[in-house]
Every structure is written in C-alpha cells, then in structure tokens.
Design a protein around this ligand. Structure first.
Ligand code: ZN
Length: 419
C-alpha cells in the first residue's frame, strides 16, 4: 500500500473520493497529456481507481482523450490513450486590486485570457464604490464573453496589503488607505459566485506556480515591487501564508536601522522606502534638481510614459547618476532577496512590477548581489527571472487562486454543477 492510500484509509467514501480526485486533477495539470497508467504511478492510486475517476471526469467533459499513441517500452510498442484537461470546460474570474488600478480577467482552466478589462480608481474614491464598480465590470465581462455563466466556478481576488484569506477581509492596505473591508462577502453578494481573497503578491506566486515559470519547481517566491513591495511564497504547490497570513512581507524588513526614511507601515528604513516605485522616482527628482541641464532632468520633463519609465529611459540613454542610483536600489533589493534565499532556499525567484519594466537595468546587480550575499552557493542555485504574464500577472494570479480553491481543491463543488 502506498503512503497516499494509507493516508486516506480512515476517511469516509466521499472524503476519499474527493482526495483522489484532487490528486488526479493536480497530476493532470502538471503532466498532461498523460496516460491512466502514468496517473496511477504519479498519484500512488490503483489503475482501477484512476479508470473510475477519469470516467467521471470524461463524462462531465472536464477531461478528454487524445487518440491512442504507441508507447515504446523496452522496444515493445503498446498503444495507450492520453488524457488531458479540456481548457474551456470551466472558467474563473481573476481580479487584481492594485494601487490606482484594478484589472479583471476571465480565464479557462489553462489560464488562457478572455476579455481582460482594467479600471482606474482615484485613491480618494470610497473603497466600497470602487469595488461595486469592479463587480459591475465582472458581470459585464462574463455577459460579453458568451460563455455559459454556469461554467464560471468562482472569483479570485488579489488585494493590496494584509488580507485574511479565511474571512476574506482586507485587514489593512496602507498604500490605498483601506481598512477592514469584507471584500469576499461583498463580492459574493454582488456576483452570486463563490469568492476567495488573498494578498496580490501571494496570488501572483500561485499563478506562476500553476501556469507560469514555476510549473516545474517545488519552491518559489514571487517578489512584486511597485507602490509597495511584497512577496508570495509557494511550497510544494501550496501557498505558504504563515501563522497570521503575514508571510512574505519582505517590503517591511529593515534595511537601514537608523536614520532611514519613514515607511507607511509606521516603521522606518524598510526595504519599501528604498526600492519602491515612488522611492525611486523621488530620488530621481532629487538628482534631476541637482543637475537641471542633465539627461535625467530632460527625460523627466519631456520623456514619454510614466515617471518610472522616464527614469529607466534616462539610465538607458547613459545618465551615469541615474545608473548609479538604480544600481544601489538593485543592490538593496538583492540584499533582501539574499536574506530570503537563506531562509527559504527557493528553486526560483520571480520578480514583478518595476523589476519587469527595468529588468535590463536592475536584474544583473540583483543577481550578482544574491550570489555574493547568500550563504555558500545557495545564491547560485536559485533561478531569478521576471513575471510570465506581463500586465496580466496579478489578474492571472487571482484567477489561479479561484481555480485552485474552487476547482482543484474542491472537485465535489464543480462536479455537482451541470454545465
Ligand atoms: Zn515598512
């Protein structure tokens, strides 16, 4: 008997079946297209159990069979049928709540995007109104997509700041000035769909683990730097949240113990005060004021794009003070990441936000600092890369949250709904 079978032996029949269905769906997601025999090997379940479970998934249209292919084993060809998930069997909604902007997507089971929509929200607008407008856009996106609303398994929301995923409350979002918002209950009421909420960097980490750069690794950290700086951690395909859902608050690790700039969290000298987008733009403005005829001042005044894009453009145009300033920022972030590597020893660090826009300028120093500062050769072993889904990274992560919660982890829930 395998460990997996032993693990579920004391449960009731439906618990055992749910557990086994979860295992099959997870293996299919990671290894599709794959055979029943291989699913049995990977999951530790018997081939009879796999045959029964996949029969149900085939009947529901969740799984499809590819034609028989010849499997070569020890020189003898054996025909076998490969199974795969049917991407458009079910859909999820992903909502990324950023500072000043909300992004909404509908995705299928493979995180292919349908109807991406974005909504700017002025910071002075009351949060309940912002979120009501968001819910209205979600209803519109589902209606316009032409998909069967019954096939939408739920809504995932990646929110800014501290989120309690058990209660669905956005406890505090310092960069938005939001506090104690019952986001899950509001959206459940407004949309009539199951809703799950987590921190947005954490959602992005799950998106990379399920559909992006982290599909083939066991441990990854997603570090998102924009107005705030936060990290999501995935260990063995599961989000690591810590004891009070505060794991990954890398932006509030102290880098400057004395004399650092005040941080929105109430402390000072936090990483966020050194490497966030507003911090970098503020430093650039100071540099430009010191040299009003220089390249940086020229780019900040007459360049195109957002302020941070103008700063990056000045560095690319060869403004040495800007290059040095960005190099220092990359070094601070590299130090924080080296500390993270020493604690977590991840296979992969994925960087999002301004690290994507300024990857050519920031990544070499970030990587060199990790190599230099992490213990022994841990820094050389970790792969560092930028996020997989461009501007949709947050929304794909939020959709991954919904797919994980309402599809992969709770198969009974979607099997009960006929589409
Ligand atoms: Zn702080």
């Amino acid at each position: 008997m395998t460990n997996r079978q032993a693990l579920v032996i004391g449960g009731n029949v439906s618990t055992v079946k749910s557990h086994n269905l979860r295992a099959v769906l997870l293996m299919l997601r990671q290894h599709e297209p794959t055979s029943r025999t291989r699913l049995a090997e990977l999951s530790g379940l018997s081939t009879t159990t796999i045959t029964n479970l996949t029969a149900e998934l085939l009947e529901q249209g969740i799984v499809a069979e590819d034609g028989p292919v010849m499997a070569q084993r020890r020189g003898v060809g054996r025909p076998r049928t490969l199974l795969r998930l049917v991407p458009n069997a079910r859909y999820a909604v992903g909502i990324h709540i950023g500072v000043g902007q909300i992004r909404i997507i509908l995705t299928d089971l493979h995180a292919n995007l349908l109807n991406p929509v974005s909504l700017a929200h002025p910071l002075e607008k009351p949060p309940e109104q912002v979120l009501r407008d968001t819910a209205a856009l979600v209803r519109e996106a589902i209606a316009q997509s032409g998909i069967n609303p019954q096939a939408v398994i739920g809504v995932g929301i990646g929110a800014s700041g501290l989120v309690n995923p058990l209660t669905g409350v956005n406890v505090v979002a310092p960069n938005l000035g939001w506090r104690d918002l019952p986001i899950r209950d509001w959206f459940t009421e407004w949309l009539g769909l199951p809703v799950c909420v987590d921190n947005n960097a954490r959602a992005m980490a799950l998106g990379e683990a399920m559909f992006g750069a982290g599909r083939d690794v066991r441990t990854l950290a997603f570090v998102y730097a924009r107005i705030g700086v936060g990290a999501g951690i995935v260990v063995d395909n599961q989000l690591y949240r810590g004891s009070a859902a505060g794991a990954g608050e890398i932006g509030h690790t102290t880098i400057i113990p004395n004399g650092g700039s005040p941080c929105r969290c109430g402390n000072s000298g936090c990483l966020e005060t050194l490497v966030s987008e507003p911090a970098i733009v503020r430093l650039a403005e100071e540099l430009a004021a010191q040299n009003p005829q220089g390249l940086l001042a020229e780019h900040l005044q007459n360049g195109s794009g957002t302020s941070i894009e103008r700063v990056f453009a000045a560095a690319r145009a060869g403004d040495t003070a800007t290059v040095t300033m960005l190099d220092e920022r990359a070094c601070y972030l590299g130090i924080a990441l080296a500390n993270l590597v020493n604690v977590l020893n991840p296979d992969l660090i994925v960087l999002g936000g301004i690290c994507v826009q300024g990857a050519d300028l920031l990544l070499p120093t970030i990587e060199a600092t990790i190599h230099q500062r992490a213990f022994a050769n841990l820094g050389e072993q970790v792969r560092v890369q930028t996020a997989s889904f461009g501007p949709h990274t947050g929304a794909v992560g939020a959709a991954a949250l919904a797919l994980n919660t309402f599809f992969y982890q709770q198969p009974d829930r979607f099997l009960a709904v006929t589409v």
